[in-house]
Design a protein around this ligand. Structure first.
Ligand code: 8YV
Length: 324
């Protein structure tokens, strides 16, 4: 008998077909996230869960006696209670690698959009407020040959640094849990402490995973260390930032602007204070959102899930479950 699996998001037909060859699959097809009662009801009988962002905690796992593997369709996995999974011997996988270049593209887009004020000025053009004459009020700031500080220098950081160094001639500073000599060789990146990175960078990009150590790592004290001309980009998770402190810093001119893909509450409420500021460029957590990359993520998540169900070691186990 094929194992039963639950997929909590629509996935491409080809990926669904691939899963069907190995499993009995139920897909939650609604645009809305699966409500908790439905999830609790369905999880009871399944051996695997393929999900994107669903909270997997004690309460859920207690209702899932047959569960062998949670396959997360993302590289971040702060939605998973790793201790609870380890205690029960339930495997967990992610989709690293396939989204690096796509996320890096978006980070460059946010940096350029904030520097050149693209959404703000697009709005002016559409409102008929483009008058011939002085453009001084619309001036932006340069990106090329400026200094980019990357906090959290993993694979996505590398893809950003490559674009910034070789496309835009930027100097790269980075701050990471561990030093990465290969990034220094490949992108002439300079490893430094967080304080130095904040003080010297023209653009600060936060790319770190959300952990107990990184939660609210960017607060009032950190924004105060940045240059008043600097721009902050967040591509990690909303919870790595104290949003009230970010709002104050942007409102008071402690920093110049911000580009945000992630928020503490997602979807971010339309009346969120940050969205009232013209110097904020906001997008709805779309770092990996291209058709090709989402296809690749879904396929990679499906492969991980089936490998785990077959009793193999899935290729992309979360680091806490890897052997060495
Ligand atoms: C999101 C991401 O999952 O992989 C991650 O950790 O943040 C993204 O790929 C995706 O944008 C949907 O929320």
């Amino acid at each position: 008998m094929k194992p039963k699996v639950l997929v909590t998001r629509k996935i491409p037909a080809e990926v669904e077909q691939y899963i069907k060859e190995h499993c009995e699959v139920e897909v939650w097809r609604s645009e809305e996230a699966i409500p908790q009662p439905a999830l609790y009801d369905k999880i009871a009988g399944v051996s695997a869960l393929l999900t994107n962002g669903t909270k997997v905690d004690d309460a859920l796992l207690n209702r899932a006696p047959k569960l062998k593997i949670v396959s997360n369709m993302s590289v971040g996995y702060n939605n998973l209670d790793v201790v609870a999974l380890l205690e029960r011997g339930v495997l967990a996988t992610i989709t690293p690698g396939v989204l690096d270049e796509t996320v890096a593209d978006l980070m460059m887009a946010l940096m350029l959009a904030a520097a050149r004020r693209i959404p703000e000025l697009d709005k002016k053009v559409r409102e008929g407020r483009w008058k011939a004459g002085d453009q001084t009020p619309w001036f932006g700031i340069d990106v090329h040959h400026k200094k980019l500080g990357i906090i959290g220098m993993g694979r996505i950081g590398d893809a950003i640094a490559r674009r910034a160094k070789f496309g835009f001639g930027m100097d790269i500073l980075y701050y990471n849990r561990s030093r990465r000599p290969e990034a220094e060789l490949m992108f002439y990146a300079t490893y430094c402490g967080l304080e130095q990175l904040l003080a010297e960078s023209d653009y600060v990009m936060l790319m770190t995973p959300l952990t107990a150590q990184t939660e609210r790592m960017m607060g009032a004290a950190q924004f105060a260390k940045m240059k008043p001309t600097a721009i902050f980009i967040n591509g990690s998770r909303g919870q790595t930032v104290d949003e009230t402190a970010l709002y104050d810093a942007l409102k008071r001119g402690t920093i110049r602007a911000a580009g945000l893909d992630v928020f503490v509450d997602e979807p971010v409420p339309a009346n969120h204070p940050l969205l009232t500021l013209p110097n904020v460029v906001a997008v709805p957590h779309i770092g990996s959102a291209t058709a090709q990359t989402r296809f690749d993520m879904a396929m990679s998540a499906a492969r991980n899930m089936i490998s785990g169900l077959n009793g193999e070691t899935p290729p992309d186990l979360i680091p806490e479950m890897r052997r060495s």
